[in-house]
Design a protein around this ligand. Structure first.
Ligand code: ADP
Length: 458
């Protein structure tokens, strides 16, 4: 269950920005509604409870006062309880459950109740609940099941509201009068009311989640359209720029080979710089096009999965970059088993490897080391490829780590530009990893080096 929930959360995390925003809005809308509903239920239930209990307390106070007066008047005439006739003095009204007069010595002087078998339980509950003369008290009386059945009670737990008053004769307190009314049905109704309210709230929250999902979807439609148009514009612009750029590039190449140019040092220098800038621009346009197409889920960027041995691809990538590494006298190492058979998109994984290794070389000073480790391990009934690219380079400051995958983000713009970077490499790397359902993490220490760890299920 928890696994399924985690998978679902992971799925949302990996889904596109609009889907994520839609879920976030849904959660926000329903969350707000949930808070208001809960508050509404709590306030409604509390008010109902307050009004109902206030009314009950008012009634029992009036009852106990009446009965106190009746008993005291009887005693004035009679001076003791010997001929006390409960019925004539104290009327047990409809929901009155008992009345007792307990003497100062704790002995019961007079009393009556709905059912005489309950007397010991009622007296015990009164004693335990410390019913006093100041405020009415709610008392719970546990009635044995057999007695409850015998007396046709619906529950063997009675809820009574009780009140007490002193019985005074010629200025002396001769006992305490206790009066109780049955409020069990009120508590039962209150409990049911709560259940119904909570049930309704759950139902409304369900409806609210569905409604907010559709409402947030509708709200996002114009934004999605504007975003799509802008994405299409970037894709079209990069595509259109590619052709003139390649024409300029080949013209510059041809010019550079002209005899007059090779002899003219100034022209040669100018052309070499022009060629470098054109190379940079072509790379930038290609990267932009890749990302724009990836965003648009362009058919040319769909993953083409096949089963292959990844090791030769890794060796070839290292070979391609060996010249760059040799220029800086950087040593490159490969740690990998003889063969790594995986099912993935070979070209995209090679591109990912190229980006990470290229960065490692770019951001490692001369005489440093770059090592690539590949490992295949069992994972969730399938296999997982772990790629680690470790360098002894300049490292990345902790505050920059979470931003390096953002488009056009560079820790040190001048340095990155000098190395021929424009801040799109890691965005493409992240997209490749995401498209494979994997993860990419970075561990880095400024001045010591960085390690990029990619985990891809395959
Ligand atoms: P760039 O083309 O500038 O290299 P990337 O997207 O590949 O762009 O990388 C973004 C930024 O992350 C780089 O500008 C650099 O500051 C930092 N970075 C990437 N890889 C490394 C690394 N191995 N060592 C130090 N910094 C790195």
């Amino acid at each position: 269950m928890i696994n399924k929930w985690n998978d679902w959360l992971q799925k949302i995390k990996n889904s596109d920005l609009f889907h994520r925003t839609q879920w976030r809005l849904t959660a926000l809308y329903s969350g707000i509604l949930m808070v208001f509903l809960t508050l509404f239920i709590a306030i409604a239930a509390f008010l109902f409870y307050l009004v109902a209990t206030n009314d009950q307390e008012r009634r029992i106070i009036s009852l106990v006062n009446q009965e106190q007066k009746a008993i005291e008047q009887f005693l004035l005439k009679q001076s003791d309880f010997d001929f006390f006739d409960e019925e004539s003095v104290v009327l047990l009204n409809e929901d009155q459950f008992f009345f007792y007069v307990v003497g100062t010595d704790g002995q019961l002087i007079a009393g009556d109740e709905v059912n005489k078998y309950m007397r010991p339980f009622l007296l015990k509950a009164l004693q335990e609940s410390r019913v006093n003369e100041h405020v009415p008290t709610y008392v719970t009386v546990d009635i044995p099941e057999q007695l409850a059945a015998f007396t046709r009670l619906h529950s063997h737990e009675l809820r009574l509201l009780t009140a007490a008053r002193p019985v005074v004769l010629h200025g002396n307190v001769i006992g305490i009068l206790y009066v109780g009314v049955d409020v069990t049905s009120f508590f039962n109704i209150f409990r049911w009311l709560l259940v119904v309210l909570i049930g309704l709230a759950i139902l409304f929250i369900g409806v609210a989640v569905v409604l907010s999902y559709f409402m947030s979807k509708r709200a996002l439609i114009p934004i999605q359209e504007a975003y799509d148009r802008q994405r299409q514009f970037v894709a079209d612009a990069s595509h259109e720029l590619r052709t003139p750029l390649s024409v300029i590039f080949s013209s510059v190449e041809a010019l550079a080979m002209e005899e007059e140019v090779t002899k003219n040092e100034f022209a040669h220098k100018l052309l070499t710089r022009l060629r470098e800038e054109l190379k940079r621009m072509t790379k930038l346009i290609n990267d932009l096009l890749t990302l724009a197409r990836a965003d648009a889920k362009h058919a040319s960027l769909q993953l083409v999965k096949e089963t292959f041995d990844f090791r030769p691809y890794a060796e070839r990538t290292l070979q391609l970059l060996s010249e760059l590494a040799a220029k800086k006298q950087i040593q490159m190492h490969l740690h990998a088993p003889e063969s790594i058979i995986i099912t993935a998109d070979a070209d995209k994984l090679t591109q990912l490897l190229y980006i990470l290794l290229d960065n490692a070389i770019k951001y490692t000073p001369d005489h440093g080391e770059v090592s690539l480790s590949l490992r295949l391990e069992p994972w969730k009934q399938q296999k997982r490829l772990t790629i680690s690219v470790k360098d002894t380079g300049i490292g990345i400051p902790p505050e920059a780590i979470r931003r390096i995958f953002d488009r056009f983000y560079r820790v040190d713009k001048a340095r990155s530009r000098q190395q021929g970077g424009h801040g799109l490499g890691l965005s493409i790397a992240k997209w490749i990893v995401d498209a494979h359902g994997g993860t990419i993490d970075v561990q880095s220490e400024v001045g010591k080096g960085s390690e990029f760890i990619v985990k891809i299920p395959c």
